[in-house]
Write a protein that binds this ligand. Structure first.
Ligand SMILES: C[S@@+](CC[C@H](N)C(=O)[O-])C[C@H]1O[C@@H](n2cnc3c(N)ncnc32)[C@H](O)[C@@H]1O
Length: 241
């Protein structure tokens, strides 16, 4: 069986958009929160781990001046995203770059994408990095934003207590059942991945650990605009608000 890159999730890329909505509760709501936290007037936006382009699309629809630079290390996901964005008529406001965002965090000059982004966004991707690299990435994001810039990330987080593991799991089981599937049925379409570049299987950290890393990386205002059991949208602004 073909080995996937961590984060590609489904053996067939074409299964991702429907599958992720069965696998994870409130996926659309979660991405919607990120797109609402990005200022409407945003011009330059960096997306890390764009996958099939669902978050890019929501942002392009909402922010009329946004130019999105989207990084993903998977050529399959990037191609899928590129076709989707072009079909929606946004090809001139979106550029996909095949790159490992861990590599970008360590060697940003290699990629020639510049700095002064007004926002950086990511969903369901950064949790594949080890904590040390998450922190390195947050520092590089801080260095790549304009002074009024913001960063928003949606990711699964480590349950705050072992007592919550089953609670969070039950929420996912119930969600899948509401979509007419069992988690086992959805997971049958999930492929197997091995370490690729800086990413490996889930490397979850608690929400508090993420917020601490953001503060240490230079974000003066950190916030959690959305949380649903073990999923959260968190981030903030470089400046104090
Ligand atoms: C679960 S998908 C999420 C895609 C999209 N953001 C969404 O919410 O639908 C994670 C994506 O992150 C990408 N990814 C994971 N680790 C990466 C890395 N180190 N560098 C670049 N892309 C990465 C994977 O290829 C995949 O497309």
């Amino acid at each position: 069986m073909q080995q996937l890159f961590p984060g590609e999730v489904f053996a067939k890329t074409a299964d991702f958009d429907a599958g992720i909505r069965q696998l994870l509760p409130r996926y659309d709501e979660m991405l919607e929160v990120i797109s609402r936290c990005v200022p409407l007037s945003c011009d330059r936006i960096l997306e890390l781990g764009c996958g099939t382009g669902e978050l890019s699309l929501k942002i392009l629809q909402r922010c009329p001046q946004a130019q999105v630079v989207a990084l993903d290390y998977s050529p399959r996901m990037l191609e899928y995203a590129q076709n989707k964005i072009a079909a929606a008529g946004y090809a001139n406001r979106w550029s996909g770059i095949e790159a490992d965002f861990g590599d970008w965090a360590n060697n940003p000059e290699k990629f020639g994408i510049g700095r002064e982004f007004t926002a950086c966004v990511s969903s369901l991707a950064i949790h594949h990095l080890q904590d040390e690299m998450k922190f390195q990435l947050f520092q590089q994001i801080a260095a790549s934003l304009s002074s009024d810039g913001c960063f928003w990330n949606a990711d699964p987080t480590l349950p705050e207590s072992p007592l919550l593991v089953e609670v969070y799991q039950a929420a996912r089981e119930e969600w899948a059942a509401q979509q007419g599937k069992t988690l086992a049925e959805v997971r049958a379409k999930v492929g197997t991945s091995s370490t690729q570049g800086y990413s490996s299987q889930d490397q979850l950290a608690t929400l508090n650990a993420h917020l601490q890393m953001l503060t240490n990386a230079g974000f003066e205002t950190v916030a959690v605009p959305w949380k649903y059991y073990g999923l959260a949208v968190f981030g903030g602004w470089l400046r104090k608000l």
